[in-house]
Design a protein around this ligand. Sequence first.
Ligand SMILES: C[S@@+](CC[C@H](N)C(=O)[O-])C[C@H]1O[C@@H](n2cnc3c(N)ncnc32)[C@H](O)[C@@H]1O
Length: 263
Amino acid sequence: MSTIQEIIACPLCRKTIAEVPQQCNTCHNSFQQELAKIPSVVDLTDKALQRQTENSVTETKPLRTELFRSPIVSFLYERILPPLWAVGLRNTGGIDAEFRLCTEFLGQNPGIVADVSCGTGIMARRLVKWGRCEQILALDYSETMLTELQQQMQLEGISPSEIIIIRADVEALPLAPNSIDAIYAGAAMHCWNNATEGIRNIYQALRPGGKLLATTFLKPYPSIVFQFFSPEELRHIVLTAGFHSDDVQVQASGFYGIIKCIK
Ligand SMILES: C[S@@+](CC[C@H](N)C(=O)[O-])C[C@H]1O[C@@H](n2cnc3c(N)ncnc32)[C@H](O)[C@@H]1O
């Protein structure tokens, strides 16, 4: 059984505390201080850790990422979208269907599961109630989405220790290589700045045999704010990231793409 010290890595030097407790003076001290705050939300974005040593660090992400940091979007996200998803805006059957897809793919002993770009933790909270995961981590770039996740956990009686909540950038993912059994990234890739980099980081974090389930919207939705892909482009991304073609499935269900990969 892995400990937090073995799973969570510094987003700057990519080392865990278990690996290099003393080295890497600049990033590791701030990383260690942040990690000590668990089970409160920790900020492990590369920029946040850099800011502790340099003053002039700026965060600029595209609108498709920044949009979700707005408190209004985070507040409305789960209060408005699920009924629309259920009538087919996301997939047939909405989030309940996606939860079934997720649990069927993860199997009965999913181990350590990370919900990457978790938003309000709509899947992470369901996984807690499912009761089969050894550990659940929920990571998102938006601090306001994570605040909403905490509030929903409180309302649903989920204790802070049941989900490790991390503010993180998928492009500098603070997860140790080969440490995670399964990663879910729901309706997320179209919001990232660089989907290939995000999936590459996910690939590296998965242990051999580890599973990725990712969903996203597809072309011909126009890429005005979000970056939509065709099924062929999604396949190219996961293969470039390192997955082997025999272990990759990309399905299109209307304008919704479902990616299943095994490392
Ligand atoms: C459409 S929401 C999906 C939320 C949730 N997974 C779901 O299924 O409802 C996309 C999420 O991706 C997050 N996101 C965007 N860019 C990101 C990045 N670079 N790193 C991590 N999360 C990011 C946003 O903050 C937002 O919460």
